[in-house]
Design a protein around this ligand. Sequence first.
Ligand SMILES: [Cu+2]
Length: 587
Amino acid sequence: MVTEPARLVVTLQTATHKFHRDLPPSRVWAYDGSLPGPTIDVSRGVAVEVLWENHLSGPLPVIVTAAPEYAVEGVPVQCVPGRSGGQHDAAAAALSGFSVVHLHGAMTLADSDGWAENLTAPGQPTLDTYPNDQRAAMLWYHDHVMGVTRFSVYAGLAGLWIVRDERERELGLPWEPPYELPLLLTDRNFDTNEGGSLTGDLLHKTDPEVMECFGPFTTVNGTVWPYVEVEPTMYRFRVLNGSNARTYRLVLTRDGEPDHGRITQIGTEGGLLLAPVSIPAQGLVLASAERADLLVDFSDLAPGTELTLWNTATAPFDGTFVGPSIAGGANLDGLLPYPEVLKIRVTEGRRSRGRVPRVLATDFRRTGRDELASVVIRAIALVEQEAKDEGAPPLLTMRELAADPAAGEPSITLVEPHGDGEERVTHWRTVATRFEDTTTFFPTLHRSEIWRLINLTEDTHPIHVHLDAFQVLDRRGATVEIADGGITATGTSATVRIGHDLDDGIPHGLDDNERGLKDTVRVNPKEVVDIVVRFQVFCGRYMYHCHILEHEDHDMMRPFVVMPAELTPFMDMHMGGGHMAHMKHEA
Ligand SMILES: [Cu+2]
């Protein structure tokens, strides 16, 4: 563990990695040549500089194809290893190793945040500073290159970064191996040779008109279907979904039955929750980049007992509730051919009952809507726009909206409950759609704001905000009517009625494990999620985006600029759009 300010050197290398005993070695891009990269473990407040030395070499160690068929003999093409007739993408093959590192969840100066366009070529080192002056939490570092993050992360560029603090020590939480076990989940596909055998070559395969890659094989810490041995005592599992696009709904079974009583969730992306919670009734749902800090008590189990962690979430994920009893079943239509994630075997060893603390975090409290009566509200619509060319994947955008009482068409009409049976109707113009459009979000340092995420698409999007963690205020169902031709390159025309009982099978509400500090939040279809953001330390230009990497690369990403209040009077020229882009809540 790093307990004194230090400078580390991490090398980005082309390396080989065995994903499974029975697989040939795979060519990968990896930090220090290991997949996942080395775990950086650091005490809170200890500044770490990392010299990232880019020694990658091309070609991209991933075969990229769009397969021409939806199904091979009745099986969806993404469930099948190998290219299935898809053409090798020559542009992707030509990628030579440009890179930029982002430490996800970290509070850093903007110039160490890994802006997606500030790349290094192979041979060019970068020095970044990470103050680590933030709550204890499991962060992760990964590549963030503009337009191709999906390939470089898939190639192996990801690793864990754990910040420790006194509060964890006081609580006596396990914080060393083997009793603390980070679990980095990713899905992968591999190419096959002419005989149909797996070659080990990483394969990023998409369907026509579907841009996300959902690999059939689940890996944990770089290994397909591993098992771990545990002693009959309390363990701390720190789970990260590091997949490009796949959402996991994790269910633990023993003797074929869900066995969740032994799991307690104590933390999330931003660190400890206020109090321990059970995992949700359907299982632990983690979309891309979401994390869970779990205590799992095996102390009642006899040596030889076997438990299995399954994924029950089909892909693409849409938030629909499914009970845990289906665990273990494959679902080909749902692109889940192999639901197994991890096997756990209880061994002889130290037997001791764990204790779960009743109070966890004491350094934050939840903010209520009543306390936010006068804050700035910014609204963002998540919008899918059909491709101009037939057979091309749609364009996904995060459309920043500006409240405009006089907005004509196209505009989004938002109808929300307001007091006793009253409704409030507001109108919102689209002011930015693409990443390169003018910046319109200029949040003020130290000031809370509500960011309202309105999902007009059919899929769940995990939205990640860089810099400070946020609170999820609420998640509300909404009816969505999109006008015919209402989605154009620059305009959005829809009516969204918040707070209606939809009966659509999606639990539009917050789970207990979402009431801590988060840096990524799922926004399900027909849903409006309000988050409370407050940037507390650093100013500058950062970004927020969908963490489905294929979406992020296809324009679900936007910048924001944090500014101190004292500069606001001097910023009017630049913030013309910014002023228009928000509204004040009327008390
Ligand atoms: Cu998305």
